[in-house]
Design a protein around this ligand. Sequence first.
Ligand code: DGL
Length: 277
Amino acid sequence: MEKTGKNAPIGVFDSGVGGLTVVREIMRQIPNEKIVYFGDTARVPYGSKSKDTITRFSRQIVHFLESQDVKAIVIACNTASAYALEQIEKEIDIPIIGVVKPGAKVAAETTKNGKIGVIATEGTISSGIYSSYIKEIKKDATVIGKACPLFVPLVEEGLWEDPVTDEIARRYLTEFTQQDKDIDTLILGCTHYPLIRSTLGRIAGEKVTLVNPAYETARELKELLEQKDLLNDRELGLGDNRYQFFVSDKADKFQNFANSIIKYGILSAKVINIEEY
Ligand code: DGL
């Protein structure tokens, strides 16, 4: 078997901890797969940086993941999926997917009145990518985007259920709760947002269905591995390094966060110098 065959790990990356919500979903849907995760904790946030910078960062991370002999890559960051996926997929030989297309597909299939809201980072919103993908599937959809830059630090501070988060969410979501907007579907277009899902759901109201792109991304990943005959067919044992986590800074902070959202024993992370790749 060549080194990136069926039994090789899947590479997943994000600007930091947010992509763990995608990892959690991959672990649920394809538990017999090994994962190598990279979180760019030294250079987070990606949401306020330019396309060129995000593409350069993503390219370095992809080179690192290739050095770990991964068989496929998931860009578990909306901003990097929006800015870098199209370019990076031309540069590598292994399959690579992002989170935006799967999220857009579910939203287009979910909406009944054709009015979809997207909350995400400034980068993802200004790229207009959710709107383009949704309109490929549902031409007459109305897509309203809103950048919510304060959600990422609130999530990282652990304020998942907090009056401060409530207040900020109320202000951001006013964009959608106004009568004339009347959205029935809201995409959580940033990997941190599923962690404040209950706050967002409560404020958006029961008529609005929340879409977390992570579920569909994991489903499409499974389908892709099946199609390419790349699903792991070997039982993973104790000696296998099932889940490996790498970061560019602050491994202990990352570990605490990872252990609070992924219930798989104690996960540990290692710092690498990503600028070398
Ligand atoms: N993970 C990023 C995303 O999904 C958000 C955090 C950041 O700004 O780096 O867009």
